[in-house]
Design a protein around this ligand. Sequence first.
Ligand SMILES: [Zn+2]
Length: 346
Amino acid sequence: MPVMTDSSAETRIKISIDLDQPGRQIGDLQIKWSDNQRPLGYYPVPVACIAGGSGPTVLLSAGVHGDEFEGPAALMRLLQDLSPAEINGRIIILPALNTPAVLASSRVSPLDQVNMNRAFPGDANGGPTHMLAHFIETCLLPECDAAIDLHSGGKAAVFAPCVLTQADMQADTQTDIGKRNMALADAFGAPFIWLSGKNNDNRSVNAAAARQGVSMVAAELGGGGGCDGLMTDFAERAVRRCLQHLGILSVTVEAEAAASRLVEFSASGHNLAAPASGLFDRQFGLGDEVQVGDSAGYLHFVDEPSRASMELKFAASGIVLAQGNRGLVERGDSLAMIAQPVARAR
Ligand SMILES: [Zn+2]
């Protein structure tokens, strides 16, 4: 039987702080999920609220995927550095949104094996990740004017620093939300802006924000499963620039050297996947501009040295926005994501 979901059901998640109070509060979202590990009690999801003045509300989140650490590091810095006195508005911070996944260094939650960015709009009566997604979409996002969600490539991939927004240069940038999304993406100041257009998965945080009319960007900040300090520095500056853009912070943060280049994925077939299992000897780097037919590298069959290595070629021209982070790959693994440049609307 299919599982029935009801997005109008009331949340089962409790929040230990009062988001309507000014000042600085740190507490938990409390997921009541009774299992063998914790039959009573709750699974905590740390939340901070820093509020002062009458400006807009922004939601800052990271750790939707638990093996992506630069975003959580940047938000931990901001959570501790920002004070209510310097803020005009309200900043709600979830530095490790899918906390059970972050504590396990795992892309999916160890409680239910669910990828949180495929769990929206969630379910008040579902498993823990769906309960949390439901709370974010129905209780937190409606309180917000803007949202920023920090990601990276995790253990499996590395991204050129980019900011993703649900906009289409031909259509959405003419609408109010499209214009606000583009302005927020420009304020972030990453080398690339990835326009997700109509291809965005409707189970993601971005899609939830779009349904709630909340301006939103998500960022991809490197990856590999570690925590790159330079990338964390960049993420902290980028979020501060967005807070300044939204009128919440008045301190000026310097712009990055170059304006962001717009890219989109015009077809998923433009990505390079491993046609066989083997050792991938990569011959390209992040941000490279590649042409159809260019060599991408070689698959070596290390357990069959007499078998000729296989040369892999790009099936599309474009910019390498992400690459796989594994040496040994299996058939079907992603080796490269090739995005196409988009001209800015006049
Ligand atoms: Zn992610």
